[in-house]
Design a protein. Structure first.
Length: 182
C-alpha cells in the first residue's frame, strides 16, 4: 500500500510561513537545520499524522535557494511511502526517474520521479510496514500539468489534477494555494 507521507513547501522565510500555518489552526514543530541539505525545516502537525506538511527554507546558496529564485515559493515535492519504491517507479507510467535517484537510492532507499510540465518532484521512500497514522494534515494535493491518468499511476489517494495553473493543498478543511501566503 502506498500512502502520502508528506508534502514539502519551499518558502523564503520559515518563521513567516510557520505563522501563516498557525493562523490556519495547525501546530508547527520546532525548526531544525540540515546543513548537508542546505535547509531549515519544520513539520506541521503531530508526529503520527498520515500526511504532514513540511516547510522548507534555504539556509544559503545552493539547490533550494536556486529553486526558490527560479520558481518562487510553493510546492517542492510530494513524498510517498511504499513497501517497494522500485515497483512503484516501474509501474508509474508517464513518470521519469530523476538522476538524483542514483545517489538517493543507495543512501536512503529513496527514489525521485519527475515529469516535464509538472512543476513538482515525487519522492518515493521505502516503508516496510505501514505506520499507524493519525488524521492527515494534508488531505489533498492538486498538481498543475498532471493528468488524472498520470496521478493514478502513482497509486495513492489524495492526488488530483489542478483545474488551473496553480498547485493547491487541502489543509485544515480549506483549499489553500501552495504558493502563498508564505
Amino acid at each position: 500500500m502506498t500512502r502520502l507521507d508528506h508534502v514539502a513547501l519551499l518558502v523564503p522565510d520559515l518563521a513567516r510561513a510557520s505563522d501563516a500555518v498557525r493562523a490556519l489552526g495547525l501546530a508547527v514543530a520546532p525548526a531544525r537545520d540540515f546543513p548537508g541539505e542546505g535547509t531549515r525545516e519544520a513539520y506541521v502537525g503531530p508526529d503520527d499524522a498520515a500526511a504532514r506538511l513540511l516547510l522548507v527554507s534555504p539556509l544559503g546558496p545552493g539547490p533550494y535557494a536556486r529553486a526558490l529564485e527560479r520558481r518562487g515559493p510553493g510546492l517542492h515535492h510530494v513524498a510517498l511511502a511504499t513497501p517497494d519504491p522500485r515497483a512503484l517507479a516501474e509501474a508509474a507510467t508517464g513518470w521519469l526517474l530523476h538522476p538524483r535517484s542514483l545517489r538517493s537510492w543507495e543512501k536512503g532507499r529513496t527514489l525521485w520521479l519527475a515529469r516535464p510540465g509538472v512543476g513538482t518532484l515525487v519522492e518515493v521512500t521505502e516503508e516496510a510496514t505501514p505506520l499507524a497514522c493519525g488524521a492527515a494534515v494534508v488531505d489533498g494535493v492538486e498538481l498543475p500539468g498532471a493528468t488524472a491518468a498520470l496521478l493514478a499511476a502513482l497509486a495513492v489517494d489524495g492526488l488530483r489534477p489542478s483545474p488551473d495553473d496553480r498547485a493547491w493543498l487541502g489543509l485544515a478543511g480549506r483549499r489553500v494555494r501552495a504558493d502563498g501566503p508564505w
